[in-house]
Design a protein around this ligand. Structure first.
Ligand code: NAG
Ligand code: NAG
Ligand code: NAG
Ligand code: NAG
Length: 456
C-alpha cells in the first residue's frame, strides 16, 4: 500500500512533467538534464511512450512517410503444389516521430538511442501476398535518432503466394511479388517510400543469401501502383523477385539416366531380328525405365504437367513402340519361315526394286551378290533353289519314271516355297530397317522439340 504511493506520486509527476513538456511549445524537446549522472531518465521519454497508441504527427492531416527497404536473406522453399514461396526477409522501416527530439550536446552527446519497440508506435506494414502470419521475433528494439527518425528492422519469415509456372521444370524461372502495404492507413495517413535504390536491394540480397540450395536470385524490380479498395486508396510498394532453379540435380538424376536408357533402346535395334534376345532385352529396358520413373517420382513437382513429364512419357512410349516393332518383326519372321503366305505381286516387285539398285534400302550382302550373274536372285536362300532346279533332272530321271515326276514336282514346290520364304525374310528385314529409321526420326524430332522448348 505504502510502496504504491510514491510510484503513483512519481507517475503524477511524470504526467505533469510531460504536460509541461507539451505545453513548452511545438518543439517537444526531451529534457535530458541529469543524464550524465544517473543514465537515461525514463521519465524524460514518458511523454513519447504515452503516445504510442496514436500515429505520431502534430497535424493529423499530414501523412506519415514510411521508408521501406528489405534484404532477401534466404529462399527456403518453393511449393509448386500450394503455389507458395517461403523466404526470409530483413525488413527495414524508417519514419519520423515528431515528438522525439533532443539536443545531443545537452544529452551527453547521445545521437542515437535504442528503445524497445513495444514502447513506440509502429506502422502496420505487411506483405499482401503473405499467406501465413509473418513470424517476426518479439522484443525487438528500434533506433531513435536525436531528430526523431525511428529505424525499425525486423527479420520475418514470409510464406507468400506466388504464381508458379513449372512447365519448364527443371529449367524454370519464377517471378514472385512482394507487395508492402499498410493494413489500415490510407494515402491520407501514410505514404510509403524508399531510401535505397532497388538495385542496391538486389545486390545486397545476392551477397547475403546464405542458401546455396535449389534457387538462385536473379533480379528484383519495383512498381508502385496504388491499391484502391472501395473509396479508400492505399499506398503500396511492389517488388518483383525473379528466381531461377539450379538444374544440375535434375539433369544428373533425371535427364542423364533417361537419355542413356533411350539410347540403349535405340541401339538394341542392332541386335539381329532372328535372335531371340531382342524382345526380352527390350522388355528388361522397359521394366528398368519404369523402376527409374517410380524412384524419381519424388523429384518431380507434384502438380501441373511440366515438360519433363511429357519427355518421360515420350521416352516410355518410344520404348513401348520399339518393343511392339520387335514383336511385329518376330511374328513376320516366324510366319515367313513356317508357312509363308502368297506374296502380292506389287510387294514382290517392290522388294525386287528395293533390293536391286542402291536406292531405297541398300544392304551389304546384296551388293556382293549382284555381280554374280544375270539371275534376279540375290540372296543365298534364293540362289539355292535355282541351282537345285538346274541340277537335279540328270541323274534322278533315269531311276524311276513314275516317282521322278512327283519328286520333281515336289522339289519345284520346295524351291518355290524356299524362294517365297527368302522373299518374306527379306521383306521382314526391310520392314525392320524402315521402322528403325522412322523410330530414329521420331525420336530425334521429339527430343529436339523438347530441347528447343526448354532453351526458350
Ligand atoms: C529539465 O528538468 C529539470 C528537472 O529535472 C528542470 O530543473 C529543468 O528546468 C528542465 N529544463 C527545461 C528546459 O525544461
Ligand atoms: C494541418 O495541415 C493542413 C494541411 O497541411 C492545414 O491546412 C491545416 O491548417 C493544419 N492544421 C493545423 C492546426 O496546423
Ligand atoms: C525516405 O527516403 C527519402 C529518399 O528516398 C528521404 O528523402 C526521406 O527523408 C526518407 N524519409 C524517412 C522518414 O526516412
Ligand atoms: C515479373 O512480372 C512483372 C509483372 O508481371 C513484370 O513487370 C516483371 O518484368 C517481371 N520480372 C521478370 C524478371 O520477369
Amino acid at each position: 500500500m505504502e510502496g504504491g504511493r510514491p510510484s503513483k506520486g512519481r507517475f503524477l509527476l511524470c504526467l505533469t512533467l510531460s504536460l509541461l513538456l507539451q505545453e513548452q511549445g511545438d518543439t517537444f524537446t526531451i529534457n535530458c538534464s541529469g543524464f550524465d549522472q544517473h543514465g537515461l531518465d525514463p521519465a524524460a521519454f514518458q511523454a513519447v511512450f504515452d503516445r504510442k497508441a496514436f500515429r505520431p504527427v502534430i497535424n493529423y492531416s499530414i501523412p506519415t512517410h514510411v521508408n521501406i527497404s528489405f534484404t532477401l536473406s534466404a529462399i527456403l522453399e518453393v511449393d509448386a503444389q500450394l503455389q507458395l514461396l517461403t523466404s526470409f526477409l530483413w525488413m527495414d522501416l524508417m519514419w519520423d516521430n515528431p515528438f522525439i527530439s533532443w539536443n545531443p550536446e545537452e544529452c551527453v552527446s547521445i545521437n542515437k538511442l535504442s528503445i524497445s519497440a513495444e514502447y513506440l508506435w509502429l506502422p502496420d506494414i505487411f506483405i499482401v501476398e503473405s499467406m501465413d502470419t509473418q513470424r517476426a521475433p518479439s522484443g525487438l528494439t528500434a533506433y531513435v535518432s536525436s531528430e526523431g527518425r525511428v529505424k525499425y528492422d525486423m527479420p520475418v519469415r514470409v510464406t507468400s503466394i506466388c504464381n508458379l509456372d513449372i512447365f519448364y521444370f527443371p529449367f524454370d524461372q519464377q517471378n514472385c511479388t512482394f507487395t508492402f502495404s499498410s493494413f489500415l492507413y490510407t494515402v491520407e495517413s501514410m505514404l510509403l517510400g524508399m531510401d535505397r535504390e532497388v538495385w542496391e536491394i538486389a545486390e545486397t540480397s545476392r551477397d547475403i543469401i546464405q542458401t546455396q540450395g535449389e534457387w538462385e536470385l536473379l533480379s528484383i524490380s519495383k512498381a508502385t501502383p496504388k491499391m484502391s479498395v472501395g473509396t479508400s486508396v492505399y499506398d503500396q510498394l511492389m517488388f518483383y523477385v525473379a528466381i531461377r532453379r539450379r538444374p544440375s540435380l535434375y539433369i544428373i538424376n533425371l535427364l542423364v539416366p533417361s537419355s542413356f536408357l533411350i539410347a540403349i533402346d535405340a541401339l538394341s535395334f542392332y541386335l539381329p531380328a532372328e535372335n531371340e534376345n531382342r524382345a526380352p532385352f527390350k522388355i528388361t529396358l522397359l521394366l528398368g525405365y519404369n523402376v527409374f520413373l517410380l524412384m524419381m517420382n519424388d523429384l518431380l513437382p507434384n502438380s501441373g504437367t511440366p515438360l519433363i513429364s511429357v519427355y518421360f512419357a515420350l521416352c516410355l512410349s518410344l520404348m513401348v513402340v520399339s518393343l511392339l516393332e520387335t514383336i511385329f518383326i518376330t511374328y513376320l519372321l516366324h510366319l515367313a519361315t513356317t508357312q509363308p503366305p502368297p506374296m502380292p505381286r506389287w510387294l514382290h516387285s517392290l522388294i525386287l526394286y528395293c533390293a536391286r539398285p542402291l536406292k531405297c534400302c541398300p544392304t551389304r550382302p546384296q551388293q556382293g551378290n549382284r555381280s554374280l550373274g544375270p539371275t534376279p536372285a540375290h540372296l543365298p536362300g534364293v540362289k539355292e533353289p535355282v541351282e537345285l532346279v538346274g541340277k537335279e533332272p540328270g541323274p534322278r530321271e533315269a531311276e524311276v519314271n513314275g516317282r521322278a515326276g512327283s519328286t520333281r514336282a515336289q522339289q519345284e514346290d520346295e524351291a518355290q516355297k524356299q524362294h517365297l520364304v527368302s522373299l518374306w525374310v527379306q521383306f521382314s528385314h526391310m520392314m525392320d530397317t524402315l521402322l528403325f529409321r522412322l523410330y530414329l526420326l521420331f525420336m530425334a524430332t521429339s527430343i529436339i522439340t523438347v530441347i528447343v522448348l526448354w532453351s526458350t
